[in-house]
Design a binder for this molecule. Structure first.
Ligand SMILES: C[S@@+](CC[C@H](N)C(=O)[O-])C[C@H]1O[C@@H](n2cnc3c(N)ncnc32)[C@H](O)[C@@H]1O
Length: 362
C-alpha cells in the first residue's frame, strides 16, 4: 500500500492511498473528524467523568488521530484516568509516519508514549528513511486524483518537511528519558500490526485464555480487553468492504464490553444492516458540516439515544441495505463486493432510488 501526505480543511495532515484510491480522513479535517466522529459522539468524555479506567480498541489506527485525540481529551477531564489502547493497523509504514505526521495536539509526552509502543514492533527510523528516499516516486499528478476539498503538498516540500520533523522529533525521542513521561504510568498501548481480521480473532482468543502463551504478545495480560469503546475506521466500505462485514462485526460484538459502544464515520446502508445482523442496536451520530451522519452501535438497546430517522431506517429495507459477508474470513474485497451484487440481483427488494422517488417523494 503506498500513500502520500495531503492537507485537509482544518489544516491537519492526512494521507491519500494510491492502491485503494481513498483518503484516510474526511475532508473536514483529520483532527476534526477524530474529535467529532469518534471522541465526542462515543460518550467517552462523559464516561471518564465517572470512571477512573477506560479501554479503547482502535480498529485501523492509521496516523493515530482517533486514539491520540481521545487520550488527550480524556486527560483534560480526568488526569488520573487509567487508559488502555489496543490499536490494530496492517501497515507498518503508516505507523512509522504516525510518529511524525500527526498534528492538532501539542503533547510531547503523549507522542513519546505512542512512539515507544510502536518502536517495540518496528524500526521507525529505518522505515521513515526508506519512505523519505522514495516519496518522489509516489505520484506526480496527485491533484487529479484527490477528491474535492483536499490539498496536495509539493513532493519536494513533503520530503523536506518529513526530513526536518524526523530529525527533530525521532532523534530526540530516542534519547529522551522514558521515565520522564507523566502519562507513562497511566497509559498502556498495545499494537497489533496485522490484518484486523486476524488481530481481532487473536484478541478474542487472548481474552478467553487463562494463560497467554503467545510469545509475541506475552506482555499483554489475558482477559485484558473488553473495550468500553471501539473506534471503527477502515477505508470506505464500497471500496474495501473486508472490515465492514457481518462476520467481522460479530467478532467486534463478541469483544465489546456489555455496556460499551462502537462508533464509525460511515452511515452506509450495508454497514448499518451488517451491524444489526451482528447483534448491535444502532443509532446515528451528528453530521458535521454538510456530511451525512455517522453510526453508533450498542449491545444493549436501552443505551441507544440518537435513533435513526425514518428515511435512514427505510433505506435499510431496500436493495442498498444488503450487508457484506465474509464467512470464511479471508475473502478479498472484490469477492465480497461481487457476492453482494449477486445477492442484490436476486433479493427482489426495491432499489434505493425507487425508495427515494416513491416513498420519500424526492
Ligand atoms: C481510513 S484510514 C484510518 C485513519 C486513522 N484512524 C487515523 O486516525 O489516521 C484506514 C487505515 O486502515 C488500515 N488498514 C487497511 N486495511 C486493513 C486491514 N485489513 N487490517 C488493519 N488495518 C487495515 C490502513 O493502512 C489505514 O491506515
Amino acid at each position: 500500500m503506498e500513500f502520500i501526505p495531503i492537507i485537509t480543511e482544518d489544516g491537519t495532515i492526512s494521507l491519500y492511498n494510491f492502491s485503494v484510491k481513498d483518503v484516510y480522513h474526511s475532508k473536514i479535517g483529520a483532527y476534526t473528524e477524530a474529535l467529532q466522529k469518534y471522541t465526542i459522539p462515543s460518550g467517552l468524555l462523559e464516561f471518564v467523568k465517572h470512571n477512573n479506567e477506560v479501554k479503547i480498541l482502535d480498529v485501523c489506527f492509521g496516523l493515530g488521530y482517533n486514539s491520540k485525540v481521545a487520550v488527550s481529551e480524556i486527560l483534560k477531564i480526568n488526569p488520573e484516568c487509567k487508559i488502555t489502547i489496543n490499536a490494530i493497523e496492517i501497515d507498518p509504514k503508516v505507523l512509522a509516519l504516525s510518529c511524525i505526521l500527526f498534528d492538532g495536539i501539542n503533547n510531547q509526552f503523549l507522542e513519546q508514549t505512542f512512539f515507544e509502543a510502536i518502536s517495540k514492533h518496528i524500526n521507525v527510523g529505518a522505515i521513515l528513511d526508506e519512505y523519505i528516499k522514495d516519496v518522489h516516486k509516489y505520484s506526480p499528478n496527485i491533484d487529479e486524483l484527490l477528491p474535492e476539498g483536499y490539498k496536495s503538498i509539493e513532493v519536494l516540500e513533503i520530503k523536506e518537511k518529513l526530513h526536518n520533523i524526523y530529525y527533530q522529533t525521532i532523534s530526540s525521542r530516542n534519547t529522551r528519558n522514558r521515565e520522564a513521561s507523566p502519562v507513562n504510568s497511566l497509559l498502556t498501548i498495545n499494537f497489533f500490526i496485522d490484518d484486523a481480521r486476524s488481530a481481532i480473532k487473536l484478541i478474542n482468543g487472548l481474552n478467553e485464555k487463562s494463560n497467554n502463551t503467545l510469545k509475541e504478545y506475552s506482555h499483554i495480560k489475558s482477559g485484558f480487553c473488553h473495550p468500553d469503546f471501539i473506534f471503527h475506521d477502515p477505508f470506505t466500505p464500497s471500496k474495501a468492504p473486508i472490515l465492514w462485514t457481518v462476520d467481522f462485526f460479530r467478532e467486534l460484538y463478541r469483544l465489546l464490553d456489555e455496556n460499551g459502544n462502537l462508533t464509525t464515520y460511515s452511515s452506509a446502508a450495508p454497514v448499518r444492516t451488517g451491524l444489526i445482523e451482528a447483534g448491535f442496536f444502532i443509532g446515528r451520530t451528528e453530521p458535521i458540516g454538510k456530511k451525512t451522519s455517522g453510526t453508533i452501535a450498542y449491545k444493549k438497546s436501552e443505551l441507544l439515544k440518537n435513533f435513526l430517522t425514518e428515511k435512514e431506517k427505510g433505506i435499510l429495507e431496500t436493495n442498498a441495505g444488503i450487508p457484506y459477508y465474509d464467512e470464511n474470513f479471508y475473502s478479498t474485497s472484490e469477492e465480497i463486493l461481487k457476492n453482494r451484487e449477486l445477492m442484490q440481483k436476486t433479493s427482489g427488494r426495491v432499489s434505493s432510488s425507487k425508495f427515494y422517488k416513491n416513498v420519500m417523494n424526492y
